[in-house]
Ligand binder design. Structure first.
Ligand SMILES: [Fe+2]
Ligand SMILES: [Fe+2]
Length: 293
């Protein structure tokens, strides 16, 4: 039996409340390579517009399914706020994707494929009874694992100075930073929902490993696809050299994150509140142009 005492929390004293912000982005003047001179890094960022919205929708649906199993009132409030935030992320990235599509990045069939796959792999599968409950717990574990990476990458986006120094388009920079900040803000919600509904360590470890093992290839395959689909005649140096250069200069998060983060996530006493400070995230959210619009 797993001992959950280290990581299952009561919410009665949790003061900060998660809520969805009504954000507005105007993508109309965003160029194809919105990180100037960084074709590959732009497409690594584009994966967020392509793949994340479908995953975020599946996650929001799963958490909505978990709500009846959560009797802690504060945690229910957090989960409800989380569902609102993830739905807002999905629609905002979709706006960015539609704009990129309109200026020549044709990704419609890929997005339809991702939507189909996410639905098959992470949907409710039409189960009932005990199988339905087990599948809910399994998905909560998987999404808790994925949210670990979105929180870590969100923190990176907030702290990285390079993107602004390179002159990244301000609307896109605000989009990824607003999203990153909310990922940091709600980093504990799915983990806590998992701990509340299941809480077993073995499932948490197994699904965490599965999440990291799925996200890395998904990022690589999607970036390669986007780079190929980019209709620009001059894409600069080879993608491999751009990848190495962007990693060394810190223009993209290190891909090894998906491996190096696992020991921390797998610690039996781990809780997402042990990740970095939340101050940066809350400060950004107070000033984000889209959140203030
Ligand atoms: Fe999100
Ligand atoms: Fe999230």
């Amino acid at each position: 039996m797993a001992d959950n005492s280290a990581t299952a929390r009561s919410y009665q004293e949790e003061a900060h409340a998660i809520h969805a912000r009504d954000v507005h982005f105007d993508f109309s003047s965003v160029p194809m390579h919105y990180i100037p001179g960084e074709v590959l890094a732009t497409h690594v960022t584009n994966v967020m517009h392509l793949v994340l919205p479908e995953g975020e929708r599946a996650m929001a649906a799963c958490l909505a399914e978990a709500l009846p199993h959560i009797d802690d009132e504060r945690l229910r409030e957090e989960v409800t706020g989380f569902i609102g935030q993830e739905s807002m992320h999905a629609s905002s990235h979709e706006g960015a994707r539609e704009h990129l599509q309109s200026i020549g990045l044709d990704v419609e069939s890929y997005v339809a494929g991702v939507a189909w796959l996410v639905d098959r792999l992470l949907g409710d599968q039409g189960l009932s009874g005990r199988a339905k409950e087990q599948w809910l717990k399994e998905r909560l574990g998987l999404f808790a694992g994925m949210e670990h990476f979105t929180a870590v990458i969100g923190e990176w986006l907030l702290e990285s100075k390079v993107l602004a120094e390179l002159g990244m388009d301000p609307t896109m920079l605000d989009l990824v930073r607003w999203h990153g900040a909310e990922e940091v803000e709600h980093r504990s919600v799915v983990f806590d929902a998992y701990m509340h509904v299941d809480g077993g360590y073995l499932r948490r470890a197994r699904t965490g490993l599965l999440a990291s093992g799925t996200l890395l290839p998904l990022f690589i395959i999607s970036t390669a696809y986007l780079y190929r689909k980019d209709p620009s005649r001059d894409k600069g140096r080879s993608w491999a050299r751009q990848f190495v250069s962007a990693t060394v200069r810190g223009v993209i998060p290190s891909f090894t994150t998906f491996v190096t983060e696992m020991p921390r996530y797998l610690r039996p006493g781990f809780h997402p509140s042990q990740l970095g400070s939340m101050d940066n995230a809350l400060r950004y959210l107070a000033h984000s142009p889209a959140a203030r619009a």
